[in-house]
Design a protein around this ligand. Structure first.
Ligand SMILES: Nc1ncnc2c1ncn2[C@@H]1O[C@H](COP(=O)(O)OP(=O)(O)OP(=O)(O)O)[C@@H](O)[C@H]1O
Ligand SMILES: [Mg+2]
Length: 219
């Protein structure tokens, strides 16, 4: 599903964010990316999101080299992904329902289906009773659940998350991870960047430790 073949990413002044990194993530895997601040976790996620391309090497997803996609294909590729950020990135002037419903609408799903699917995922993350609330009226864990609902409403083949529990306490973090585990159990590939080793231990999934842009440990 995801294959990084000796990828490097350098920024200006020759800073290596990733250096000669090779990694394979199979369909249906659940993988943590961990390592200290500046190790390259977000950079790798950014490449997977096709926000950027490697300076060297190849990043292949679903058999396609991401650097070779046309702008149109990039758009279609991004639509096949779900992404969750540390700071939720919800639209504050829209309700929970509107935040989630925006995705299928933009993707052109038929209106009747849009609504059914939106209700379905909000129920699934346990927020059906908060659908008309605004993000700022919700707790951190609830906001992150809205963000997860939004990320999965489109049935992505891969979910990418960058420090999704960075703003949450340990119990809520585990709750969010349980949602990711359930998403994964349905066959979606899940890649989560986190510096929280205790959380990784509690979730008990494969982890890739980066250090200075290289793989320091596979566990
Ligand atoms: N846009 C950029 N321009 C220049 N250097 C960058 C840029 N983005 C990241 N870097 C550098 O690349 C390296 C990897 O950064 P990255 O954000 O991938 O680390 P990270 O593992 O996600 O860290 P954190 O745990 O703090 O989020 C760091 O040295 C960082 O300073
Ligand atoms: Mg980061």
């Amino acid at each position: 599903m995801i294959e990084a073949d000796r990828i490097s990413k350098t920024y200006a002044r020759g800073v290596y964010a990733l250096r000669d990194l090779s990694l394979r993530i199979d369909k249906g895997d659940f993988v943590f990316l961990t390592g200290p601040s500046g190790a390259g976790k977000s950079t790798l996620l950014r490449l997977l999101l096709r926000r950027d391309v490697p300076s060297e090497g190849q990043l292949i997803v679903g058999g396609r080299n991401l650097a070779e996609l046309t702008p149109r294909q990039v758009q279609a590729y991004r639509r096949s992904l779900g992404f969750v950020f540390q700071d939720f990135k919800l639209l504050q002037n829209k309700t929970v329902l509107q935040n989630v419903a925006l995705v299928p609408r933009v993707l052109g799903m038929p209106p009747s289906q849009q609504q059914r699917r939106t209700f379905q995922v909000l129920k699934w993350v346990g927020l059906q009773h908060r659908m008309s609330a605004y993000p700022l009226e919700l707790s951190g864990g609830e906001q992150q659940r809205v963000a997860i609902a939004r990320a999965i409403v489109n049935d992505p083949v891969i979910i990418l998350a960058d420090e999704p529990t960075g703003n949450l306490d340990p119990d809520l973090s585990l709750e969010i991870m349980n949602l990711f585990r359930e998403i994964n159990a349905r066959g979606t590939t899940v890649v989560v960047a986190t510096h929280d080793r205790e959380l990784i231990r509690r979730v008990g999934r494969r982890s890739v430790t980066l250090n200075h842009g290289q793989i320091a440990e596979l566990a």
